[in-house]
Write a protein that binds this ligand. Sequence first.
Ligand SMILES: [Zn+2]
Ligand SMILES: [Zn+2]
Length: 236
Amino acid sequence: MVENVAGKWLTRNHRKQIELVVAHSHLHSDHVAGDEQLKNLQSPSITIDFVPATVEASKKLYRITNWPDGIGSVDLGGRVLDVIAIPGHSPVSIALYDRRTAILFSGDSLYPGRLYVHDWADSVKITQRLVDFTKGTLVAHILGCHIEQITTPYLDYPIGTIYQPHEHGLAISRGDLLELNEALASLHRVSTRLALRDFSIWSVPADSRLHGKAKEKFESHQKKQREHMWDQSAAQ
Ligand SMILES: [Zn+2]
Ligand SMILES: [Zn+2]
């Protein structure tokens, strides 16, 4: 996949080699699962600068001396990305701002879906940090890493859904960031779920594994989805 995309890019740009920087929005398994494959990639046209998802490696690459308050940056070669440390969803979460396209990449901290809040105080802090960073700055789109929202306002797909025929677009706006900030500041408490128009807030208890009925529901929903993978008429 990486070789394929990089290969097309090289052909289009009449180049023989590309150096890729592999960094992470945060260290959850769904975001680092491909690391081993990338580390073992043997391609004469691709060299990989692999940056592990640790605070130390992130501080060094992004030149953030006072983690997490300082704003860092990384120059990809005439293309500077600003880096905002947003530890909360996970201890080494970062957001990236591409000055050329005015896109803010928010990782798992903000996307059209269920925003899992592991630490309420940290989430309040990092959301405010993103609001402050984007104040007076162009934000064309905010792009996160998941979609769990349906196009119908206030609704998300059940946990475990694989086939999402009417999903919300990935892009959301700074208005959504402001809405999240306001909601977190006004709720003042944990163990809360709140559905908003284009995303929802899910406070995660210390033991976040699914148990009992919730686990059964998740498993039967996934089973049904897998059985109907190529025939989704029953799932609609
Ligand atoms: Zn995550
Ligand atoms: Zn994720």
